[in-house]
Design a protein around this ligand. Sequence first.
Ligand SMILES: *Cc1c(COP(=O)(O)O)cnc(C)c1O
Ligand SMILES: [Zn+2]
Length: 394
Amino acid sequence: MKTQLTTNLFSQLICSNCGDIFSGFLLNTISTCCNKPLLANYHLDQYLPKELIKVNDHSMWRYFSLLPIADKQNIVSLKEGGTPIISLDKLAANNDITSVLMKDEAFNPTGSFKARGISAAVSKAKELGIDRLIIPTAGNAGGALAAYCAKANMQCIVVMPEHTPTIFKNECRLLGAELILVKGLIDSCAKKVQEIQQSKNYFDVSTLKEPYRLEGKKTMGYEIAEQLDWALPDVIVYPAGGGTGLIGIWKALQEMLKLGWIKGPLPKMIAVQSENCAPLAMAAHHRSNWKENFLARPTIANGLAVPFPFGMELMLNVIESSGGQVITVSEQEIIEAIKDVSRTEGVLLCPEGAAAWKAIELLAKYKKISSENKVLFLNTASGHKYLESIKNYL
Ligand SMILES: *Cc1c(COP(=O)(O)O)cnc(C)c1O
Ligand SMILES: [Zn+2]
């Protein structure tokens, strides 16, 4: 008989600012003490040998013990996660880096890593008896929510900027969501969501205003460690929008340290943004007053167009405590990177993934990463979803 890793170690939610405790089995959104994101906590002092995971399935739910769902019956899955890590040897050699690894999130359902967070959020919503969900999105999260709501027989409203490429809109419509288009960026969509949510009684699954998308995204951290045989890269490069992946991967690393699954030193966490919308870069330099003169424009990397991320402080903490930094790249550089990588390695990156690769190229050029470093970046979606966006630059 196979041993199954079925114990669940989820304990409670805590305020990311002051540590106050909230129930993970009642409906909670943000901390009512400080109005900050809530983080899921686990009983990590319990003995949980990492070898046990090997018998579980190959979706992100193989880490069920470390995910916030009490009853496996509530899992809503389309087999998200378990994405490959690919070695980009030619790019590494051309840039004099020992190893460039890419975790290719294009392999997820709905073609982006948003599937991970949304699978966790929809599963938890089911566990809590919620069946009407609403989301502000720059594109990919809306498609993912529409898909998982269809699977779970839930009602779904997606609010998206009207300038978003058609493919993201049609994806939501095909998957049965109600689509609402709004002028502006995702922050304008979030305001619209606030209105609708109150009048129509829909539950808002905005990034970090709902505690569980982060938990789905953190599984990238577990997978990176497990797939690299628990020997972490020196640098992880992440294209950051709302920041769940950046915060989530770091959270997973901290959890694995406590579980004794990995040893330090931990990788430097590098966040990459588009010059058109780089609130992290602004905030890193002007921590208290960055919002005053902040201007954001749309970018071809629509996943990065998040002008006022709710998880700003958590992101800055990850970057600082890991010894990382923020890098910005131009639209031109993103497009060049898509072309370079597709011609060199045969992978069609999404613009967000291309931005991450470009950042590595810049870091290598200015000797900010040494030639011995093992570097890993995330290609966060399939480039095929962006063929329409890039057609004018071919
Ligand atoms: C949402 C998104 C991002 C940014 O992810 P966050 O976790 O919100 O920082 C990056 N790339 C793509 C393709 C996305 O859809
Ligand atoms: Zn608090």
